[in-house]
Design a protein around this ligand. Sequence first.
Ligand code: NAP
Length: 281
Amino acid sequence: MLIDGAAIAKQFRAEVALRAAALNARGITPGLAVILVGDDPASAVYVRNKLRACVENGLHSVLERYDATMAQADLLARIEALNADPAIHGILVQMPLPRHLDAQRVIEAIAPAKDVDGFSVASAGRLLTGLPGLRPATPLGCMKLIQSTGIALRGKHAVVIGRSNTVGKPMALLLLQAHATVTVCHSATPDLALHTRQADIVVAAVGRRNTLIATMVKPGAVVIDVGINRDDAGKLCGDVDFAGVSQVAGWISPVPGGVGPMTIALLLANTLQAAEQAAAH
Ligand code: NAP
């Protein structure tokens, strides 16, 4: 069965819009500030989609766009200003940054309460220890997709392919928190299929097409495809051979129309969560 990320995200965004309206009624408009440094075309598209989603769902958004030559001190100063701005509840610095900027230092400059990407050490630590906090939107979106199948995660074997700080690792932690038995695979895993064949749930977050093919999947498994790649014809595709794997899997999310729309929906939800927290104080 297809996991229709676009439809699930739409539903999720409608819930976000309702919560935003409830805050609006109290005179608070949840606000997201997005900082874009440089002119990477893919980043510009991602940012545009995020800002449009804010407008459509009752959130206030601000785009701060800077030249690729921006100095680190100036960027840190802008983040400080946004940290202090009560109209802004979430701050997102679009990655990747130009090479002369220290991305980790920039992320750490964001106030933890406004870290809606959930990439800071503080947010990662809260996830690791199971404390409430802002979780990275992409793995959180994957969790929502898995939950949409109605399959209980407790006791299931989940295999995550990829161990990045932004997707693979937080994904593994969220699955662990949901009581799955978790295996994390990466580029040094000698026999990937050995692991994926035993998985009730596979999340592929590699960035290489055909990483997961039909013979690597247990019949009936839930397959979530995070990857964003291009095929030989230049068409968008994921890490999973969709045509083959969809014959074996019980549930599968497509690319496009799977994890992508959920990432945006969860970013909005995180901004709202940050605004609700701020309003409660
Ligand atoms: P990343 O930082 O490049 O990490 C890729 C991971 O895949 C690494 O942990 C790497 O292992 C592992 N890997 C590489 N080759 C492998 C192989 N042959 N077998 C098993 N594992 C392998 O990428 P990322 O930021 O996590 O993103 C992963 C993909 O998801 C990309 O295509 C990205 O564009 C996409 N993405 C999509 C969304 C969305 O909203 N849809 C959001 C974020 C990312 P090592 O650690 O050993 O190098």
